[in-house]
Write a protein that binds this ligand. Structure first.
Ligand code: FER
Length: 304
């Protein structure tokens, strides 16, 4: 009897210890698995508001969607993620194509996120900001650059006045898909006094050249909490991720570079949100970053 008890104790200790080791090894956030974007009835859900803010930049009232997390209360304080759309979209693109509220609700139910407000703006800062007609027209493409002023001077002040947001750079993240991925890199890295967390999923040709994106390498190293770039291996825009990654590596700016199978679509962008949202507003271990590149596909450009 006594031996049996000792054996049970031994087995219990062994399983607890191995469990601990496993938890340690899982510090890497893994890509999404089946069900991550399936609506679950029996969990708490966040809420989506449509807001209208006055934009002095554009001279109109502009719309954005705001996701507040399960258990949201005005008496608490929240981190904020600004989540940007692509060239063919508007403030509803993430909602229509990516079900971000389902992905985030599921992650909250598993205790994997720090509570955050997610703002989905319209990143085409012009009077007619609909994604109609020729979406590649020069004035429409230019409006994605103009959005930097709208974001910094109009939208962020509106959010921070009307929502219980923490108003420090360490509590603001910016991420986006394609044109929005380019915006996230341009605006995030260009305004490190405003953002500490930057995520770019399949960044588009609007992404500034690396030397312009990160002109002050030491400042970026000091100020950035996390820089995350992901892209599909068969995306025609992969070169914009590759050249940014190559420069960051050369200058030893810590970042996550994750290349996964796929093209230029929401499969990549949903997984980008899934991974990035779990990493932000938490302590970061940059010694893990290389493991994301190893976990991903090797798509080094031909050396010619
Ligand atoms: C381009 C190709 C793609 C471009 C933009 C995109 C401005 C954007 C794609 C997207 O947002 O999905 O040449 O030029």
């Amino acid at each position: 009897m006594r031996n049996k008890k000792r054996l049970i104790l031994l087995l219990l200790t062994a399983s607890l210890t191995s469990g601990f080791v496993e938890t340690k090894a899982q510090d890497i956030v893994k890509p999404a698995t089946a069900g991550f974007d399936t609506y679950q009835q029996n969990i708490q859900h966040g809420n989506i508001d449509t807001i209208t803010y006055a934009s002095a930049t554009v001279g109109t009232n502009r719309k954005a969607l705001v996701y507040t997390p399960p258990g949201y209360s005005k008496s608490k304080k929240y981190q904020v993620l600004y989540l940007l759309h692509g060239i063919g979209g508007d403030e509803k693109e993430w909602l229509n194509g990516g079900k971000p509220q389902v992905i985030l609700d599921n992650l909250y139910a598993q205790g994997k996120l720090v509570p955050m407000i997610v703002v989905m703006p319209n990143g085409r800062a012009m009077k007619d900001d609909r994604a109609t007609g020729n979406i590649m027209a020069p004035d429409k493409v230019a409006a994605f650059a103009t959005f930097e002023q709208d974001l910094l001077n109009d939208l962020i002040p509106y959010i921070e006045k009307n929502y219980p947001a923490i108003t420090k750079r360490e509590s603001r993240a910016i991420a986006g898909l394609s044109m929005g991925g380019g915006q996230a890199l341009n605006f995030g890295l260009g305004n490190l006094d405003k953002f500490a967390w930057v995520g770019s999923f399949s960044p588009a040709p609007n992404t500034r050249k690396p030397e312009e994106l990160v002109p002050d390498v030491e400042k970026a190293k000091k100020q950035l909490k996390l820089l995350f770039i992901s892209c599909g291996a068969s995306d025609g825009l992969l070169s914009f991720s590759q050249r940014t990654h190559a420069y960051l590596d050369e200058k030893k700016v810590p970042h996550i570079y994750f290349i996964e199978p796929g093209g230029h679509d929401f499969k990549i962008w949903k997984n980008g949100l899934f991974m990035f949202s779990q990493l932000i507003f938490k302590p970061v271990d940059s010694s893990n970053f290389a493991k994301y590149t190893e976990m991903g596909m090797n798509t080094a450009p031909a050396n010619n």
